[in-house]
Design a protein. Sequence first.
Length: 177
Amino acid sequence: IGDLGGVIKVVLLGDSGVGKTALAEIFGGLEDSLPHALGDSEDAYERKILVDGEEGALVVYDVWEQTDSRGWMQENCLQMGNAYLIIFSVTDRRSFSKVTELLLQLRTSRPNEDLPIIVVGNKSDLVRSREISLEEGRGVAVMLNCKYVETSAALHHNTRELFEGVVRQFRLRRSRR
Ligand code: GDP
């Protein structure tokens, strides 16, 4: 991926199986987005999306799981983003308990930085196997001072809104500086 000036680098964090790749692939295919020069990595999806009448460019990195047990790779992930999605599955309490852990790890790596971080409860379509209620998910996000969004990658529900939210969060912080 060439010049990343002005591009929002979004890193997906979260336990295995929560839907990181599914969400990244949906982002990569958002209909009205303009395909942009993709790099040689299959794990990065670069697109421009129109948000509030202004085009925003994002690269979404789905690389977290490749960093397993490689401390320096993890640290690289935690340093490279200028926005983060911490994803869990609403059907999997174990993945939910990882959210706090990941957020603390991120904040430890990036102290004193006001990063846009969204906690994402994915698989909202699996109503009958839900283990984490909307209220519980939102409650943890509030406690961690993050935005909360529920998505279904399977139904493409709220996925566009999720990435639009990243752009809005990013712009909000930039305008405050
Ligand atoms: P990753 O390990 O976090 O990258 O998770 P994947 O994207 O590989 O998804 C793991 C599994 O969950 C796959 O079988 C997906 O098809 C499935 N999956 C992902 N998102 C959803 C969703 O929103 N709803 C449902 N029902 N299944 C999902």
